[in-house]
Design a protein around this ligand. Structure first.
Ligand SMILES: C[S@@+](CC[C@H](N)C(=O)[O-])C[C@H]1O[C@@H](n2cnc3c(N)ncnc32)[C@H](O)[C@@H]1O
Length: 217
């Protein structure tokens, strides 16, 4: 929400700033409400009651390595939700034309398209990532940032998502994933991946851990 120009010009700068801050809080509140409503409809698919915090989004985006930033290949975000991590990735310097966000929920996919003009939003299932990208002639990506609740997925679905990611990620490029528990968000024996816990974020509800996974060479 932005203030109408007529209202804006009749206010002192301080009152204008306060009103603008209140409008931003309302906007954030709206996406939190939508997030919560979608969680009520499909808790297993949402995996969280509230969107990720700014701190968690930044911690995830920081894991995109310099060579992936300089690359021309796209950065993929899985499970964009209301866009907390999308915002973090863009603010970390990934240009919007290089960001492709895959979101299964059509309402959230619409919201992402409205909120972030310039990025590509695909409404679909992350299990079909490779096919969805191939339809756009994309066979290689720079990095994958995932907000998917992978541990809540049935094993077969989780394996399909991971296989799809490593079908397009070159050796050395990360799948970046957060999780709320102490255990790795991907069972170590399942895939031949190098797993590392790279950050802890206390300022998130609930506190979260960031992991990176890379294909064993
Ligand atoms: C924990 S929320 C994370 C949202 C956002 N990235 C954040 O961190 O605030 C998980 C998101 O993944 C989406 N999702 C769940 N399963 C999916 C799937 N198979 N393919 C694509 N998106 C999926 C949900 O709709 C939800 O928006």
């Amino acid at each position: 929400m932005t203030l109408k120009p007529t209202l804006k010009s009749s206010l002192s700068p301080i009152r204008r700033d306060r009103l603008q801050a209140a409008a931003s809080r309302l906007k954030r509140g709206n996406s939190a409400t939508l997030f919560f409503l979608q969680w009520l409809r499909a808790p297993g698919r949402m995996g969280a009651v509230v969107p990720s915090s700014r701190r968690l989004a930044d911690a995830m985006a920081r894991q995109i390595p310099p060579e992936a930033r300089q690359d021309s290949a796209p950065v993929i975000e899985l499970g964009g939700g209301t866009g907390s991590i999308t915002r973090g990735i863009l603010d970390a310097g990934i240009p919007s034309h290089r960001l492709i966000v895959l979101e299964r929920d059509p309402r959230l996919a619409d919201l992402l398209s409205q909120r972030f003009p310039g990025i590509t939003v695909l409404c679909g299932d992350a299990q079909n990532l490779q096919t969805l990208l191939a339809e756009r002639d994309i066979t290689r990506v720079a990095a994958v940032v995932s907000g998917l609740p992978l541990l809540l997925f049935p094993e077969q679905a989780r394996c399909r998502v991971v296989d799809a990611c490593f079908g397009v990620l070159p050796v050395g490029r990360p799948l970046i994933q957060f999780t709320y528990g102490f255990a790795a968000p991907l069972p170590p024996h399942e895939h031949l991946l190098h797993a590392r816990r790279v950050a802890r974020v206390f300022r998130n509800v609930p506190p979260a851990f960031v992991w990176t996974f890379k294909k064993a060479g």
